[in-house]
Design a protein around this ligand. Structure first.
Ligand SMILES: N[C@@H](CCC(=O)N[C@@H](CS)C(=O)NCC(=O)O)C(=O)O
Length: 204
């Protein structure tokens, strides 16, 4: 099994964290989706990473599918398999992916030539992030984990999304969301997160 992706992509990182958490055998192939000679469009028509190439040659994309597939390979599951807990957990992962989409969109917009940038689009993406941070702070439980009393896919996805926010959209959310900031500082110590942190994202 081979996971194709870049070191900086947070979508790829979700899969890498899960592989490390579950100690799965999977080769990581560094590939840049944007490069002219990228292998990615031949593997995923959307031209995006991550892509998972299975031992039978079949490919899986995009990250929610890959993460759920990888999780299914070894028990115990990080994603609840049924019931109300599963839907709540999937909602957390959807929120995390939405934050990633907003931070990526904002980042790409801010890198366009100044005269082509849309301040309105940047504001819109920032508002999505702000509401998601508020929501997460409000819904945090008192324990170490978002759900189920142990580390789950919800924790993994939200931690990756928050670290990526700090990487590409650093701003003053920590003092305004003290419980969430404390939660992130603690969970960020996990080896799976520490070992998949891309260059430039190191914790101070
Ligand atoms: N919804 C996709 C998003 C993946 C994504 O946008 N990956 C970026 C890297 S961070 C990419 O490959 N972009 C290349 C492009 O959009 O052409 C997923 O969850 O896998």
């Amino acid at each position: 099994m081979k996971l194709y992706g870049s070191l900086t992509s947070p979508y790829v990182r979700k899969a890498r964290v899960l592989i490390r958490e579950k100690n799965l055998a999977c080769e990581f192939v560094v590939a840049d989706a944007w490069a002219a000679d990228s292998p990615i469009p031949a593997l995923n028509p959307l031209g995006k990473v991550p892509v998972l190439v299975l031992d039978n040659g079949k490919t899986l994309f995009d990250s929610p599918v890959i993460v759920e597939y990888l999780d299914s390979l070894k028990t115990p599951p990080l994603l609840a398999t049924s019931g109300e807990t599963r839907w709540q957990m999937l909602c957390w992962t959807a929120l995390a992916d939405g934050v990633l989409d907003a931070v990526v969109t904002r980042f790409l917009e801010s890198r366009r030539p100044a005269e082509q940038q849309s301040a309105d689009n940047i504001r819109r993406q920032e508002a999505k992030v702000a509401r998601s941070l508020d929501y997460t702070e409000r819904h945090l439980s008192d324990g170490a984990w978002l759900m189920s009393g142990h580390f789950t896919l919800a924790d993994l996805a939200i931690a990756v999304a928050l670290e990526y926010t700090d990487f590409r959209y650093p701003h003053d959310w920590h003092p305004r969301h003290p419980r969430l900031a404390t939660w992130l500082a603690e969970i960020s110590k996990r080896p799976s997160l520490a070992e998949t942190r891309p260059p430039g994202m190191e914790k101070k």
